[in-house]
Write a protein that binds this ligand. Structure first.
Ligand code: ZN
Length: 323
């Protein structure tokens, strides 16, 4: 088994370029793959490799000045769920593009432990839960009763707050928010507080930490992750898919990237649907030239492994990345 690390830390980095280079060099030497964003506000990453390499990585990052308190969410996978290493400089380590400045280190909401979160959900108190993720994530799994904003990108949330939350959520209502690993709430909670909500709470460590600590009660479906696994289980007692295959309509929670490389759209698809459409998302895509050849065994193979199939310069549309 291979550990999959997910982590972030909002800490000022004086020289992001040098910091980034140390990250890249270390990962290359230790054979770690994954995705790391570095900016002046900190680091956000997910990497995977051997047990030893993962341990060494944790030590290395915690040895950077200011990063000793970095928390790692750790999962395991049968194979390393990344095809390559990508280390990038970004203006923000999680992109919300807020028109007002947001500082997660001094202004965030109250962090709830998974147990505190569960207790509130079982208390009968008056509250709202906001799913702070994108529509294709909440589609395959979410907390019971959560508001699921129909947004494609995290940076669409500021507009959603102004146009929808302002109308529908009273400022004195208890607000609970969650995301995959906690980082999006670090900024979203600051935004809601600055916009006037008084009781803003965020799930510490996100869904992945909640699953580990509580067994995932009150969560329906599975959790979308930004690596080749695409979805991971949350609640072993309730693994019924809550989404439906876009081709056949049967309950399903497996995602597929459209086999037409020029489309590459992520869509919910059952095995039967994949066979019918040969891995494409629709009839049109099924008949396009840059289509990955279909065989039932590779129907759900990670699309990133197909980069080189059509030649080095063929650009695949990526599905982005966040945690
Ligand atoms: Zn398509």
């Amino acid at each position: 088994m291979f550990p999959v690390l997910l982590y972030y830390n909002f800490k000022p980095i004086a020289d992001p370029q040098a910091f980034l280079q140390r990250q890249r060099d270390f990962c290359k030497v230790h054979g770690l793959l994954g995705r790391i964003y570095v900016s002046e506000e900190g680091i956000n990453g997910t990497v995977s490799g051997s047990q030893e390499a993962s341990e060494a990585y944790k030590q290395m990052l915690r040895a950077e000045p200011g990063f000793a308190d970095t928390e790692f969410k750790e999962d395991e996978a049968n194979t390393v769920p990344f095809a390559r290493l990508s280390v990038k400089l970004r203006p923000e380590i999680v992109t919300i593009k807020s028109p007002i400045p947001l500082d997660p280190t001094t202004e965030g909401g109250r962090h709830l432990s998974p147990q505190e979160w569960k207790a509130i959900m079982e208390s009968g108190d008056d509250y709202v839960i906001i799913d702070a993720r994108n529509n294709y994530e909440s589609k395959v799994g979410h907390f019971e009763g959560a508001i699921l904003p129909d947004l494609k990108n995290f940076y669409d949330f500021p507009q959603w707050v102004d146009e929808t939350a302002e109308q529908e959520i009273p400022k004195d209502k208890k607000v609970l928010m969650y995301c995959t690993g906690g980082i999006r709430c670090e900024k979203f909670s600051v935004l809601m507080k600055k916009k006037g909500w008084l009781d803003v709470n965020q799930l510490h460590g996100g869904i992945l930490n909640y699953a580990k600590e509580t067994g995932g009660v009150h969560f329906r479906g599975k959790c979308f992750v930004f690596d080749d696994r695409l979805v991971v289980p949350v609640n072993p007692e309730d693994e019924e898919p809550i989404a439906h295959c876009e081709i056949t309509g049967v309950p399903a929670d497996t995602y597929l990237n459209c086999a037409n490389m020029e489309c590459n759209r992520l869509f919910v698809c059952s095995e039967e649907g994949a066979r019918l459409m040969e891995g494409a998302c629709c009839e049109t895509c099924k008949n396009q030239p840059y289509k990955r050849p279909f065989s039932p065994e590779n129907a759900f193979a990670p699309f990133r492994k197909w980069y080189k199939y059509f030649g080095e310069d063929f650009k695949v549309r990526e599905t982005g990345g966040c945690s």
